[in-house]
Design a protein around this ligand. Structure first.
Ligand code: CP
Ligand code: NVA
Length: 303
């Protein structure tokens, strides 16, 4: 059997995604009861991080441990990956030793190349183009609080970045409407928008995008690797903050999310971050449960 990879949300059928989201909720309940569930004793995950991480590293490492397996942190600083060993060679060697690999890197084509040469499942733990694991957690959180997201309206505020691209894929796979508000020059990839024109709209006015939305989402204005543009972006994104005023335009029951880390006072107001009823912390916790369900699915569906 060929390995199943998870490089974008399009790698899984909508029914498979829904199955993983349901399973995530079951695994969460089991974990809260401290039920031991260790189907992957002796399994090892390789975790390649070319960018920093708190949530992704801790959730995968903890998740593998809870499933009975083990995770290895591999940074380019102390592996041959950082000294120019070809991706194709690294993929062949690592996948001959471990059972599943997650990769956080820059260009999306790097992970595609890695996956093409890997004999075990490869998970995208964030590239410049996509962050599909975060979407599993976000959608799980929405379902837990509001039920199915099908037919709902989601509003994206800010940069048309990797998170925004994954929201576009999620809109397609899980059948919701997505209204994106971003400043000129920071739109998501045109082809992705055009391919999903039946569900996705790109606007300039954040209030128009927020109107009637059931979920509002934002992310940092400068992603990892764009630190040099931070100052310019702070100027250009002024007015694109997720805050109490913007929330007024949304549905009365609207939720709001942020994948974190957040910059209070930039893309999100401090008051929203500190609200008692925010689901942002659950959203972060759900990375653990959703990714355990993902790992279980990929390992059970690969030879
Ligand atoms: N949201 C997210 O992926 O966080 P980390 O960068 O801390 O992994
Ligand atoms: N868009 C952000 C997400 C961080 C989890 C980045 O790529 O840095």
């Amino acid at each position: 059997m060929k390995p199943r990879h998870f490089l974008t949300l399009l790698d899984l059928e909508p029914s498979e995604l829904r199955g993983i989201l349901e399973r995530a909720r079951e695994l969460k309940v089991m974990q809260k009861r401290r039920e031991l569930y260790q189907p992957f004793k002796g399994y090892v995950m390789g975790m390649i991080f070319e960018k920093s991480s708190t949530r992704t590293r801790v959730s995968f490492e903890t998740g593998m441990d809870q499933l009975g397996g083990h995770a290895l942190f591999l940074s380019p600083r102390d592996t041959q990956l950082g000294r120019g060993e070809p991706i194709e060679d690294s993929a062949r060697v690592l996948s001959s030793m471990v059972d599943i690999i997650m990769v956080r890197t820059f260009g999306h084509e790097k992970i595609e190349r890695f996956a093409a040469y890997s004999s075990v499942p490869v998970i995208n733990a964030l590239t410049d183009a996509y962050h599909p694991c975060q979407l599993l957690a976000d959608i799980q959180t929405f379902i837990e609080h509001r039920g199915d997201i099908r037919g709902k309206t989601v509003c994206w505020i800010g940069d048309g970045n990797n998170m925004c691209h994954s929201y576009i894929n999620a809109a397609r796979q899980l059948d919701f409407k997505l209204k994106i508000a971003c400043p000129a020059g920071y739109e998501p990839a045109r082809e992705l928008v055009e391919d999903n024109a039946d569900r996705v709209t790109v606007l300039r006015d954040p209030t128009e995008a927020a109107r009637g939305a059931h979920l509002l989402v934002t992310d940092v204005w400068a992603s990892m690797g764009q630190e040099d543009e931070s100052h310019q972006r702070i100027e250009e994104f002024a007015g694109y903050q997720l805050n109490e005023e913007l929330l007024e335009f949304a549905d009365d029951d609207a939720l709001y999310m942020h994948c974190l880390p957040a910059h209070r006072g930039e893309e999100i107001s401090a008051s929203l971050m500190e609200r008692e009823d925010t689901v942002i912390w659950e959203e972060a916790e759900n990375r653990l449960h959703a990714q355990k369900a993902l790992v279980e699915f990929l390992l059970n569906h690969s030879g």
